[in-house]
Design a binder for this molecule. Sequence first.
Ligand code: PXG
Length: 456
Amino acid sequence: MNLVLNSTAEWQREDREHHLHPFTDIAQLSKKGVRIITRADGVYLWDSEGEKIIDGMAGLWCVNVGYGRKELVDAATKQMSELAYYNTFFQTTTMPATALASLLAEVTPEGMNNVFYGNSGSESNDTVARLVWRYWDTMGKTDKKTIISRTNGYHGSTVASASMGGMGYMHKQGPMPIPGFVHIEQPHWYFNAGDMDEDEYGIKAAHKLEEKILELGAENVGAFIGEPIQGAGGVIVPPDSYWPEIQKICRKHDILLVSDEVICGFGRTGEWFGCQSFGFEPDMMTMAKGMSSGYIPISGVMVHDRVVDVLRESGDFNHGYTYSGHPVSSAVAHANISILRDEGIIERVKTEIGPYFQARLREFSDHPLVGQVRGRGLIGALELVKNKETRERFDPAGRAGTICRDHCFENNIIIRATGDAMLFSPPLVITKGEIDELMEKAKKCLDLTAQDVGVI
Ligand code: PXG
């Protein structure tokens, strides 16, 4: 394969013949032909046909500082020239790996001072499971192995992280979840609460955790993990009462609390981490995506001192990856986090651009297709329903979402459909003008969808 192919059709042919895509119906894609992205700047992408596309998803929820930041390129180039690789096994480190660990300790919540590195959110959630098991073994509570999470939660695609996640359509394709991973109801007020108000439902949803702990026996449960806002599951924003109650239950039953910050982390919700937006203090946090703004693969588990103190007593931890703390990835992540901090990007999400985005998104409340608008900071969703009054959903589920996504594709806007929810997660550097453009294009696609599904 060379790089001198010069037509989109040729690239599509090579791709069809040699590339198996993730989360894709390969047969369907083969018929249609893949879209080829060639370059990007700020919040815009260009494809091989020269089309300019506004990226309302920051890649895959990750390009927090936007595309084309030269500082990150320079950090990679410099580090690759000086030391392209060395590992962090065998009582060794590299300067970028240690410098990043120290910077992470600064920007993460009080009491979180140590990181265990990986290369993806999936890997780091496997690390979470390994750390939970190691922690309780060291404490002499060897039965505390079960990890509880929520239906429709997304924690990754390796066997353990997909088992930790609550995606039924993934579980179906394997003997999953593997033993030791169980799920409780997700806190989805709009569809699950009946007549209850948000706070009342938040407490009820949190108590699903206590019921599950009592059913399994607290002596058998090691941890609870959840995304502050469920991302891939449809941007499910829990009621404010939910997370503090979850924390109370975890502390009461002596269960570790893990926040999966892969999407919410590094500013998405207007604080550095989603747990800070929702008022809870986890024992561990999974981080990836925005950690390097997607410029290079890197992830980590941030571990609270109260867990580290135990791990220090536990001898060898037989776990790690060739690229844990990779120097080039670490250097890029360090430069990225420095940009987020030094340019006040997260503060701007909290006080200025996040509120503007949420206000513009809420204008869709009047749209005939939109049953609920939800979001926080620069993450949001429009839930499309067949009947706004009764909250009746489309049948089959996902029909309107798929149609809307196809219109977005045609109209050079990227937002993502989960079922019938249209999801937004733009780069944190997006301007008000760009938000206006995003909303105008989204409205056009929603109007076209409403016509197609006969809801006008
Ligand atoms: N946790 C969360 C909360 C995630 O959103 C992962 C873990 C796994 O990260 P890696 O780096 O292993 O992919 C994720 C990833 C989608 C979509 O369609 C979302 C993710 C990945 C792929 C697709 O919305 N999130």
